[in-house]
Design a protein around this ligand. Sequence first.
Ligand code: TRP
Length: 425
Amino acid sequence: MSKKTVLTGITTTGTPHIGNYLGAIKPAIEASENPAFNSYFFLADFHALIKCQEPERVARSTREIAATWLALGLDTDKATFYRQTDIPEITELTWILTCQTSKGLMNRAHAYKAAVDANREAGKEDLDDGVTMGLFNYPILMAADILMFNADIIPVGKDQIQHIEMARDIAGRFNHNFEPLFTLPEAQVDEETQLIPGLDGRKMSKSYNNTIPLFCSSDELRKLINQIVTDTREPGEPKDPDNTLMHLYRCFASETESAAMRQRFIEGIGWGDAKKELFEFIDAQLTAPRARYNELMNDMGAVEAILDKGAERAREYSAPFLDKVRHAVGIRRLTDTSASQQKADVKEKEKSAEEIARAEEGRRRAILMQIRPLLDQVEQADDKAAAAQALVAQKTAEVESLKKKARQKAQNELDLLTEELAALL
Ligand code: TRP
C-alpha cells in the first residue's frame, strides 16, 4: 500500500492560542512523526485575504504561525511545511477547478449562506452586500490546496467538513470529465480535541474573545489563568471536578496526573490554589518552546529559509502534477499532439480496482451534483413521496424520448436519482 497523504492549512489571520495548539497543531505534529503518512502543512495566506484586509496583521500572523509550528518541534524533514503563496501551481489549479465548479454548489457553501442570511435579517435589499468573490470562491481555493497534492486525509474542525465534501465533488467532476487524476479527500475530525475550554468555559475561540495565547509571557499566562471563571465555593468545600480548570489541566497532563488533580477538587482545593497549580503546570511545559519561539521570532531569515525549502519540496510534486492536469484539460505546447496517444495508453493499461472505483465514484459525484437541485425540491415538498413519483415519471418520459447516446446518459442520471430518492424517503 502506498503512503497516505495528510494535509492541512492554517489561515494566517490570528495569533496561535492554546486551543489551536491542543486541537490542531499538537495532533498534526504527532501525526507527522508517523512514517505511515506523508504530511503537508501550510500557511494559508491567500485564505487570510478573504477575511482580513489588514496587511500588517496578515504578515504578522504568518510570522507567528510559522515560528509556532517550528518552536513546537515540527520536523521539516518529515513534514513538508510551506506557504501557500509560494506554490504558484495552486493558484493555477484554482482557475482550472473554478471552470469545473457549478455556481449552484458554491451557493450552498455555509460561509456564503451565512453572509446572505445576515443581509436578509438586516433587511438589506442586496443579499450579496459585502460578499466578495474571494468569499464566494473560497471553497475552490481550498479544493485546489487539497487536490494539488492528492491528499487523502484532511484534519479539520467541524466547520470545514462541507469544504472537504465540496473538494470531493469538484475532484469527481474533473475525474469524470477529463482523466481520473485526483484523489477524493476525506475530512478527519477529532471530536475529543474540539473541546478545549476558554477563559469563560465556552470553547476557546477568537470569536468568543476567551483565548489564552500560546506563547504569551509567564506573567500574562498567570494573569489570564486567574481570570478563568469559577463558582463561589470556598476553599475546603468540595468542588465539581468537571470544571474549566480541570478540563484545561487534563489537556496537558497524563492520566495519573489528571486523576490526582480530580481528587483534589473533590477534597476541596481552593480555586486560587487550583489556578496556581494549573499555571505552574502549563508554564513548565511551555517554557522551552516559548524560548525557542522567541528566538525564531527574532530570526525570521532562518524561518524564511525553512519555508523556502518546504516550497521547493512541495513544488517537486505540484509542478509535474499540474503539467498533467493542464494537459488533461487541453492546455498544451503547440507542438504537443499527444492527446490521442495518452488516451490510448490509459485504455491499454489494465486499470487497477482502485482506479476503477475512483472513476466510478467520480462519475456518481458528477451526476449527483447535477441532480442535487431536484433532490432538494423533493425534500422541500409537502408530500415527498408524491413529488418523488412525479419527478421519476417526468424523467422516465424524458429518457424515453431521447436518442441512443443521450438516452444512456439520461438513464444513468435517472438510476442514480431513483437510488437517492429511495434513500431520502
Ligand atoms: N479554511 C481552513 C480554515 O479556515 C484553512 C485551510 C485552507 C485549509 N486551505 C485548507 C484546511 C486546506 C485544510 C485543507 O480552517
